[in-house]
Write a protein that binds this ligand. Sequence first.
Ligand code: NAP
Ligand code: MG
Length: 508
Amino acid sequence: MAQPSMQSSYPGVHSEVRQFIGGRSRRMLIDGKWVEAASGKTLTTYDPATEEPLAEVPAGDKEDVDRAVRAARKALESGAWPRMTPSERGRAIWKLADLIEARTEEFAQLETLDNGKPLAVARVADIPLVVDHFRYYAGWATKVEGATIPVSTPGQRVFTYTRREPVGVVGQIIPWNFPLLMAAWKLGVALACGNTVVLKPAEQTPLSALRLGELLEEAGFPPGVVNIVTGYGETAGAAIASHPDVDKVAFTGSTEVGHLIMQAAGASNLKRVSLELGGKSPNIVFADADLDQAAAGAANAIFFNHGQCCCAGSRLFVEQKVYDKLMPRLIEHSEKIKIGPGMDLTSEMGPLVSSEQFQRVNSFLSAGRKEGAKVATGGGRPKQFDKGYFVAPTVFTDVKPEMKIIREEIFGPVVCAIPFKDPDEVLAAGNDTTYGLAAAVWTRDINKAHRLAENLKAGTVWINCYNMFDAAAPFGGYKQSGFGREMGKAALELYTQIKTVWVDLGAY
Ligand code: NAP
Ligand code: MG
């Protein structure tokens, strides 16, 4: 049986984290109770900096999902949850935010150990964003409004209004790149709108979601409102997507699995689907940009979270005139990034999440070389590491439009740089992808900036910035990057359904 490896490896691990990893993580949350998988099986998560086993969690599958869905259905339709006022729901979500905030260090360490990301980043980005996200949706709980409709029924007085009701039992399947933040994006709005949830975290990073589960009761959520089933995608995830009593499935992950989710939803009960999938986002630098700002921005666009961002700026288009000025600056930024275990507070970039992802990214590096692209910097695991899934920030040049590295999502710290001559050319090249999650434009020309913002086929366009997020700002994809918008008011559409009520008030 796997034993936690971090006990000896890192100084300063929070005692709660040790205790949690040392045993409590072996149970998952169904109907307010902490239970093992019905099969008794567990799965192991690994510390990607050491490749050592980190913790055991239940390997839930269909039977566990069935139990969780039954609990969520019961909690939706009876008991305390449907009777809670919107204000009480809002307060529970806000309390959850407070409880997480008070444990920022603990959650940040769990993220770092499980996912590999730098602790310094998890402390100031992941966890505060989670807290802010829950607070934002706590506010929405009291603002989920219907409308009165001015109908035109001849000779009759009619009162017609709409109610915005919860969609029902919601299955939420999330990835490993921002484990707790992805849970928050999904849970906050679902709970604000009065739904109940079966959440499945990624097999690589289930720990922070399970720990969050321990806070739900104290926050004021009745049993069964949020159920957390850990397990593999092919079993637990697939059981959620195909479940006949799940009303909606929300998924973030690969486009490949997105297809499977839609098929399963279609083949079962036509459950609602929202998908947030991959990307191959164009990041466009014009000659009139502030080049220092653009070079730093281009590095952040691809190297933040080790390139494991759905919106990573993985295709860097640089106007020909300044290509030779911008590239050395980008390479300098890339080479300055300090790589090391996330638990080392001086690390700016940690390992990739898993052995699978490490191999996947390395196979793209080989493919790029084989197809004739040039590695300007990086290109594999830095020499100082003989273990851990570390990949150096990598810049490819001499990239051709048909190459695999420019067409497919790598999901690692690898950017392809491509020179361009004019706005029309770069617009066509930027949009030449099956994805459409995000794009960015660096220029001092306001007309050009807005023209591109209008014509780039992407759900988010950043101008002179990158990776900007806020709970209030909708996020989601065009094309095969998915559909449905998370965050902001827009997300309420995904988690409510409209009921129209007609009342005959008699003749005039
Ligand atoms: P993935 O397979 O799409 O995983 C995302 C989530 O879906 C996980 O919880 C996964 O469970 C679950 N899942 C997998 N197969 C499923 C199925 N048949 N039915 C229902 N749920 C299923 O992604 P991955 O394998 O971790 O990463 C592969 C690639 O996906 C990456 O290289 C990257 O290109 C892309 N990706 C994109 C995002 C994003 O934010 N858009 C995030 C992660 C990955 P398990 O993890 O337990 O198997
Ligand atoms: Mg892990």
